[in-house]
Design a protein around this ligand. Sequence first.
Ligand code: GDP
Ligand code: MN
Length: 396
Amino acid sequence: MNLHEYQGKEILNSFGVRIQRGIVATTPAEAVAAAKKLTEDTGTGWHVIKAQVHAGGRGKGGGVKLAKNLEQVEEIAGNIIGMNLITPQTSAEGKKVHQVLVAEDVYYPGDSEPEEYYMSVLLNRATGRNMIMYSTEGGMDIETVAEETPHLIFHEEVDPATGLLGFQARRIAFNLGLSGMAFKEMTKFVFALYKAYTNSDSSLFEINPVLKTSDDKIMAVDAKVSLDDNALFRHKDYAAMRDTREENPVEVEAGEKGLNYVDLDGNVGCMVNGAGLAMATMDLIKQAGGEPANFLDVGGTADAERVEAAFKLILKDPNVKAILVNIFGGIVRCDRVAQGIVDAYKNMGTIEVPIIVRLQGTNADIAKELIDNSGLDVQSAIEFQEAADKVQAVLA
Ligand code: GDP
Ligand code: MN
């Protein structure tokens, strides 16, 4: 589950990571009130207004703007709230902005230049260990840094038996070229960030940029946080931070129905039981010259209700030209699934796209007969290849 920047920063703050003060606003008037409050608390007159959407690169898309007075706060907030923000990480349509974070400007203009670094904590799947990845080149795409100047990206792997050690935090501060007060601040920052990552059961904490202010404070200016869904039951307060407006609506609906659905770009809808078989089915569709329109695991109980819900989800995608149902009847009997398909089809009236059903396993023969004798426009198959050929034929 992904979080908004302001939510990620709340978590960071609760673990002692320094952040700039900020308040969320959903209207220009709220933004002005937030800016006034920040000025009272911090003395700052300048504010940064930041679109809160689940996508990076907001600055490039015009979703991060500096306001030098309250009139500008109102004007900028008015422009950003409600806009469709297009960034390198959104689709071409962009993402609708529902709220902005109004934050104190921490890039003190004047005496010395602020420095921006990159830092993230994530699991290194190759070694099975958490690692801190960091770079002197903050504020820009880390992908570009990785491509053009890979020697400027460093990492520190954490031994789970000892946890993060002092010399590692000091090495990070050293490699970032820090000394004195900033060096000390950075080691504190690294420890607090690592603690936030582990204690929140996150899979990613990415801070880009980490800022060194002209008075040597180290703070998180941005926060991209992904929480591990499987650990959310331990964090009811974080689970409540979910913003379904930011997610794919069909995926949200599938989740509510207990279906495991991932939207894809192709033209063949697939309904499968079991994640492994779903992957194999997607391969099969590709071999037959199609592209999967989705990943869908209906799970163990493929009864009429679930099958119908699954058909409805798949048919919401206008790109779907055919549906391949590929179910292995192990625990659930094939004839029951077939009956479920027939019932679902009848309940839905007509389905405009061709359907190919492959049922294999317990009572597969009875299931095939049931489909063939249903009088519905459904083609049945028992062998994998047979199903693939039929998909190829309907796409041709
Ligand atoms: P992103 O574009 O979605 O990654 O959003 P960021 O939070 O990283 O902000 C983008 C850029 O805006 C940063 O790299 C900074 O250069 C700038 N920025 C962010 N916060 C401030 C601020 O408080 N003051 C000023 N002057 N610039 C800021
Ligand atoms: Mn950023």
